[in-house]
Design a protein around this ligand. Structure first.
Ligand code: PAF
Length: 286
């Protein structure tokens, strides 16, 4: 079943080992749930695990820091890696299998296929992080093919990623339900993220103004007011609070991410901003 390990739950490090376990579950008529992660797990990830467990008999969590979704000047090298601590949390949460492949298991020599999702990738993160969604779509397509789960849970914290994954699962006829997991927040509203670990105390205090600004703008958008002046006011508020750059603060259609002038249909308010060297993203429903 699992390969040799000193971790507190079964671990598969190869596609073959993963498939042996999952195929045995499926042969026994069990439903399989899946939560893909890059590790450095926090309560947000664990809430996704809970959602998978509520919808399946067995849960697989993957930990793979995917090099292809990081830009050349991004934080791939310093992304927090803490497999033993993560494994302990997953074991305590009743996860049945940790899938933790090495880079050359996922991208063996000669690998030459990239999955590219159109339209929904064209704005926002797609502009700020060129190539990012090709890396995400490629690794998610591979993970879903490898695990073949009945259900997979993706956090709404990465709202555009969730839409990209829904699109690719539909377009590639994958037999997996993609379920959105609500964002889990700290007491002051900051969305939980592995990247919050990069924040100094001072940056962390500034970061709290991200969710409060989203709520401030969203409340007014919900009255049907024009978006442009509210988005301007939101950007100014973030800069005044200490963010060094607001890459976008945008109102978009909740299903296509097309820009909206007012919230006249289900909409999403999305933001990306930098505090110190750390880039934070967040979003709320409008
Ligand atoms: O959201 C993440 O942690 C990653 O983008 C994912 C979905 C695990 C793909 O690497």
């Amino acid at each position: 079943m699992s390969e040799t390990n000193a971790l507190p739950l079964p671990v598969a490090r190869s596609v073959a080992a993963l498939r042996r376990t999952v195929q045995a579950w499926r042969a026994a008529g069990l439903r399989v749930g899946f939560v893909p992660t890059m590790g450095a797990l926090h309560a947000g990830h664990l809430s996704l695990v809970d959602m998978a467990r509520a919808r399946a008999d067995r849960v697989v969590v993957s930990i793979f820091v995917n090099p292809t979704q990081f830009g050349p000047n991004e934080d791939f090298g310093k992304y927090p890696r803490q497999e033993a601590a993560d494994a302990a949390r997953l074991a305590a949460f009743g996860v049945d299998l940790l899938y933790a492949p090495a880079v050359d298991e996922m991208y063996p020599a000669g690998a030459a296929t990239t999955v590219k999702v159109g339209v929904v990738t064209e704005r926002l993160e797609g502009v700020c992080r060129p190539g990012h969604f090709d890396g995400v779509a490629t690794i998610v397509a591979k993970l879903l093919n490898q695990v073949q789960p009945h259900v997979a849970v993706f956090g709404e914290k990465d709202y555009q990623q969730l839409l990209v994954v829904r699109r690719l699962a539909a377009d590639l006829d994958m037999d997996t339900d993609i379920v959105p997991g609500p964002t889990v927040r700290e007491a002051d509203g900051l969305a939980m993220s592995s990247r919050n670990a990069y924040l100094s105390d001072e940056d962390r205090a500034v970061a709290a103004s991200l969710p409060s600004t989203l709520n401030f703008v969203a409340t007014q958008l919900r009255t049907g007011a024009d978006a442009a002046p509210l988005l301007d006011a939101g950007r100014t508020r973030l800069l005044k609070a200490g963010f060094s750059e607001v890459q976008y603060l945008d109102l978009a259609c909740a299903t296509t991410l097309a820009p909206l002038e007012k919230a006249d249909r289900p909409a999403r308010l999305l933001v990306a901003a930098k505090v110190g060297a750390t880039r934070l993203i967040d979003n709320v429903a409008v």
